[in-house]
Design a binder for this molecule. Structure first.
Ligand SMILES: [Zn+2]
Ligand SMILES: [Zn+2]
Length: 360
């Protein structure tokens, strides 16, 4: 099969023929139909998230099952499946505690992902994040392929493994925004724009989008933001003037830089909730003032993939997409073939794309 390989950091991807390994009894072979190029993979490309080349990036995908291992039950060839960034094994400590977003099958691997193929020159190739969506085929754990019953197109479905689940889950599962509340979204890339849409669905009275890029700010307004703020101005002043001087009930941080995280905290009210969903790079540290965290009792929360439970949340999010209450059309800015991967990288890094999606 053809795969886009990261053979080394900061070196252009190469699209090559690789040989798939024999299918493990507990895995399924999925024909990739669509995979979004995620901004996280810009960071991986630069070697800042600890990936080990040669590897196939792409940590969320959608496709069709074409073969199942001998020990796999509940999946069969022909099914449409979402392959999200996180498996749900169902029996590890975290899955048992109702937090499959931290499933040991992924997060206790120590960053050593399974090999799925070999290169023509004999090197083993891993699937980053256990997905490897930038390839024609994916060898996936039976615990990381979720069948869906919908006619939604694959490019939209592919966003259910990372962008939609993280942005919508941050609002509905983590912050648990209530009707009438004030919500600030810091950063209106694809995550932030999904969070804006979810805040509108939750009935937030005020949805304040804080984003430096004018086009992204305007799009946030089209998708439900009631107020648009350029952080180059005094964002704290703007938010306070809209919230009787208090600050917002909930702030969703969706940018990932320490500056954005500190700004998010500063825009929340006393005893308000701040949810961090962005990620800059593995080695980044961030400092916060103490008074807002101690005396003022803010709830500092963070999320991986929106704390979703795929079997519960996928049908809900698919229903919202089918009814047009969540809109993917303005989020998918470009569709690419796999050979365009270096262009997709460049357009993600330059922020020209919200979500560029590979379609197969
Ligand atoms: Zn992602
Ligand atoms: Zn688990």
């Amino acid at each position: 099969m053809r795969a886009a390989l990261l053979r080394d950091f900061d070196v252009p991807f190469t699209v090559e023929d690789v040989q798939m390994l024999d299918l493990d009894p507990f895995r399924v072979l999925v024909r990739t139909k669509a995979s979004p190029f995620c901004s996280t993979d810009v960071t991986s490309y630069h070697g800042k998230l600890g990936k080990i080349p040669p590897t196939i990036l792409g940590h969320a995908s959608a496709g069709e099952v074409i073969e199942v291992g001998s020990q796999v039950q509940g999946l069969r060839p022909g099914q449409r499946v979402i392959v999200p960034g996180t498996p749900e094994c169902g029996h590890c400590y975290y899955c048992s505690a109702g937090r499959p977003d931290q499933c040991s099958e992924l997060f206790d691997l120590g960053g050593i992902f399974p090999d799925v193929a070999t290169t023509s020159d004999g090197l083993p190739v891993s699937a980053a994040g256990c997905v490897g969506g930038y390839a024609e085929l994916m060898s996936i754990s039976k615990n990381q392929a979720f069948p869906v019953d919908t006619d939604l197109p694959y490019d939209v479905l592919s966003l259910l493994g990372c962008g939609i689940t993280t942005g919508v889950g941050a609002v509905l599962n983590v912050a648990k925004v209530q009707p009438g509340e004030s919500v600030v979204v810091v950063g209106c890339g694809h995550l932030g724009l999904w969070a804006v849409q979810a805040a509108r669905l939750a009935g937030a009275a005020l949805i304040i989008a804080v984003e430096p890029n004018a086009a992204r700010r305007a799009l946030a307004g089209e998708l439900g933001a009631t107020h648009l703020v350029d952080p180059a101005t005094d964002a704290a002043d703007a938010v306070k003037s809209l919230t009787a001087g208090r600050g917002a009930d909930t702030v969703i941080e969706a940018a990932g830089t320490p500056e954005a995280q500190r700004l998010a905290l500063s825009l929340s009210r006393r005893a308000g909730t701040v949810v961090f969903s962005g990620l800059a790079e593995a080695a980044t540290e961030v400092t916060f003032p103490q008074i807002p965290l101690a005396v003022q009792s803010r709830q500092m929360l963070s999320t991986q993939n929106g704390n979703v439970r795929m079997r519960r949340d996928l049908p809900r999010y698919i229903n919202l997409l089918e009814r047009g209450l969540l809109d993917a059309a303005p989020i998918i800015t470009t569709r690419y073939g796999l050979d365009d991967i270096n262009l997709a990288l460049q357009r993600s890094e330059s922020l020209e794309d919200l979500s560029g999606v590979f379609v197969f």
